[in-house]
Design a protein around this ligand. Structure first.
Ligand SMILES: [Fe+2]
Ligand SMILES: [Fe+2]
Length: 194
């Protein structure tokens, strides 16, 4: 019994120590980013709703796939924080905008949002480096690369929209193209199996 108590105390100390592994400021910022990824999903569902109201099923599908991808991003943070024995604390998710003026307007908002996300990820990476948390820095490198695609996607679509110049035939061809976006599957990040 005594032996068991000693073992339990040692285990409790080890667990407590593990829980202190991540710098508190970094842990808070990682949690905030987790919630922001959920906001991204919320924003893209709102954009999909706009396209539904415009009867653009392909554009809506593309945004729904993007929203699903954001949920996977959020869960990467969730899994990583748990693997590090950090506490996951979810925050309230802001109401996303829902009034958009045009297709262009949506993708400009998409680009602006992703530029903001890139800035946040870069700040997180800098914080991880500052506190010598190499595992978190390596985990974040996946997101740094991902943000290249996240900014490129709306830029590519905005370029095509410029060529189309509001011609209905061109918009419908683009709608068909965007309808083919496959379900997102994310590759593994370092220290994160999914
Ligand atoms: Fe994301
Ligand atoms: Fe992506």
């Amino acid at each position: 019994m005594v032996n068991f108590c000693v073992q339990a105390a040692v285990l409790a100390r080890l667990i407590t120590k593990k829980r202190q592994d991540m710098d508190k400021k970094l842990e808070k910022a990682m949690n905030e980013q987790l919630s922001k990824e959920f906001y991204s999903a919320y924003l893209y569902v709102s954009m999909a709703a706009y396209f539904e109201s415009e009867n653009l099923a392909g554009f809506s599908h593309w945004m729904k796939m993007q929203a699903q991808e954001e949920l996977l991003h959020a869960m990467k943070f969730f899994d990583f924080l748990n693997e590090r024995s950090s506490k996951v604390i979810l925050e309230a998710i802001d109401k996303p905008p829902y009034k958009f003026l045009s297709i262009d307007d949506v993708f400009k908002a998409n680009l602006k949002h992703e530029q903001g996300v890139t800035g946040r990820i870069n700040n997180l990476y800098a914080t991880a480096q500052k506190v010598n948390d190499n595992a978190t820095a390596i985990f974040l490198q996946w997101f740094i690369n991902e943000q290249i695609e996240e900014e490129k996607n709306p830029v590519d679509i905005l370029t095509k929209l410029k060529y189309v110049k509001d011609q209905p035939a061109g918009i419908l061809i683009l709608d068909k193209e965007l309808a083919a976006r496959p379900q997102p599957v994310l590759g593994p990040t370092a220290g994160n199996a999914a």
